[in-house]
Design a protein. Sequence first.
Length: 249
Amino acid sequence: MLRVEGLTKRFGGVAAINDVTLAFPTGSLTAVIGPNGAGKSTFFNLISGAIVPDAGRVVLDEADITGATRAAIVRHGIGRAFQVASFFPTLTVVENLMGAVAAHRGQSGGMGRRFPPAGARDRAMAVLELIGLAGQAGTLSANLSHGDQKLLDIALALALEPRVLLLDEPTAGMGPDERWRMIERVQHLWAAERLTLVFIEHDMDIVFRIAQSIAVLCYGRVLAQGTPDEIRANPAVIEAYLGAPAEAA
């Protein structure tokens, strides 16, 4: 289980995250929603080690990882894909994945050799098959569509063998067809890998369609957490974010 307890982060006099306590059970699929400026990305940055909290704890399976380096948090089992995909554009899809696999296994020194480290290609291809990009293995990463670049970013996180996967707006910038293709891949990934998956999303159709649980942040605090039906009917959430129950349907 991933949980945060009393998590707080201030920038100057502003509390971007303020005394947040949430739990994400093992194997759960949770959406984090809220207005712009609610603290969602800061929340992910705190969990993934990009920034250090001013107060509170981040705990994964009873291990306190608060303030650990990003590399240490990855080793503990937390992976993250970003709103803007990050990869080496001059490498092919499979080369990007082999590099991530090798680095995770401490074999990165071998990537300069003519042949990849033992097992790196097999693991890379297995991840690409899972994410639906095996057919693009030899494609230059810069030439992928926007949606496939986002899938590659998720694949790079998967190469690190996480138990918890954080997805920051996986459908950002996509058209309707590409958006639903992405969500189908995310659902397949979650079911196949039995991951604890937490995602930030602004599209309420997607949120209410696939999330088991929804956490709502507003001005850095937890406004509500519950099932989709509970969140859809919550008066405070309707007032602060959804606008009206019919608009979230």
